[in-house]
Design a protein around this ligand. Structure first.
Ligand code: GLU
Length: 340
């Protein structure tokens, strides 16, 4: 099928969705905006599938379960963003309805600590679900001979932008190695902007806390790259201080020609605000775990098959939203991890 034809079909679908959405009671389109991450990460493609799941479920299955005061249609929209920290800030600014957020960053928000210090609104983050495990990637040009974080010295490495969860984890990793950003030449770019610089050699590496495989790595197939390990000692040091950042590994099958490497990992959570309507969060949770969305996740991205009811409640670093809790309570047989 040609791109023009696909574009026309997409435009028609969008128009139908728009008409349905604007026919909701308030007369306003009802968008459910999900803050994700950069274009070449994993939050964005996964967020897009979850958004599609919300759109398709809200237009068919969900309304049947609702009372007359409930909305009749939502259009899910995945928005690019700086990452976890940004997603919390957008949520509390009501610029989004939900966000993908690393469990460690969600915990900091809930406790109003560090970057959220003194921000009482940040305490309102609530979990809908735990999605999948993200791995800390330190991607380097092979010819830069970087075998450990200590070899960053003298190198130009991009450590993601302010607002990313990656940057906050990178700072913790540096601390674990007794280093800081003044020990090398840090650059603060999202991975979408690092590709050409990695290829040209302007950058010797970049870092990213993300699921696997992420496009930012796969798209570097024309140069030789390595993944730098995080030592068991550093990982243990980190876990002691930041319990949601745990030792893990990037498996050999994640990227072509790259052997398994030890690293740290963290769960990615889908979060909303405590102020969000309980019935709506219930529907969102139902839409996320519907057979239809699960099938789309499975076929849409390799990381999607790890988003399962069995792990939906793993490593929740913040309380569940009452609407999500109600859904898990009613479906406790499917969600083994659920506890009252
Ligand atoms: N975990 C990353 C962050 O919060 C984003 C990962 C992704 O885009 O897949 O910055």
């Amino acid at each position: 099928m040609s791109y023009t034809r696909i574009a026309k079909i997409n435009a028609t679908i969008l128009f139908i969705l728009f008409v349905l959405a604007t026919s909701a009671k308030s007369g306003e389109p009802r968008f459910f905006r999900i803050g994700t991450g950069g274009q070449t990460g994993v939050y964005y493609p996964i967020g897009k599938i979850i958004a599609q799941g919300i759109t398709s479920n809200s237009l068919t299955e969900i309304p049947a379960q609702l009372g007359e005061n409930d909305v009749s249609a939502y259009i899910g929209v995945a928005q690019n963003s700086g990452g976890s920290v940004d997603n919390v800030f957008s949520l509390i600014a009501e610029e989004t309805e939900a966000g993908l957020v690393q469990a460690d960053v969600a915990a900091l928000a809930f406790q109003a600590e560090q970057v959220f210090k003194g921000n009482d609104q940040a305490r309102s983050v609530r979990a809908v679900a735990s999605l999948y495990s993200e791995k800390f990637h330190i991607v380097t040009r092979r010819d830069a001979n970087i075998h450990t974080v200590e070899d960053f010295r003298g190198k130009r490495i991009s450590i993601d932008e302010i607002g990313s969860g990656t940057l906050s984890v990178m700072r913790i990793v540096l601390e674990a190695y007794g280093m800081s950003e003044s020990d090398f030449q840090p650059v603060y770019l999202k991975p979408i902007f690092t590709r050409d610089k990695m290829v040209s050699g302007e950058l010797q590496g970049f870092t990213m806390m993300a699921g696997t495989p992420m496009e930012a790595v796969s798209q570097l197939s024309d140069i030789e790259i390595s993944l730098v390990p995080i030592s068991a000692d550093a990982a243990a040091w980190i876990k002691k201080r930041y319990p949601y950042l745990v030792p893990g590994h990037i498996s050999a099958d994640a990227y072509a020609n790259i052997p398994e490497v030890s690293t740290i990992e963290v769960y990615a959570l889908l979060v909303v605000s405590a102020t969000m309507d309980e019935a709506l969060v219930y529907q969102i949770t139902a839409a996320l775990w519907s057979e239809r969305t699960l099938a789309m996740l499975k076929s849409g991205h390799p990381q999607g098959r790890f988003i399962t009811p069995e792990t939906a409640l793993d490593s929740l670093s913040i309380p569940l939203h009452p609407g999500a809790r109600k859904y898990y309570q009613e479906n406790a047989d499917r969600f083994r991890g659920f506890q009252e």
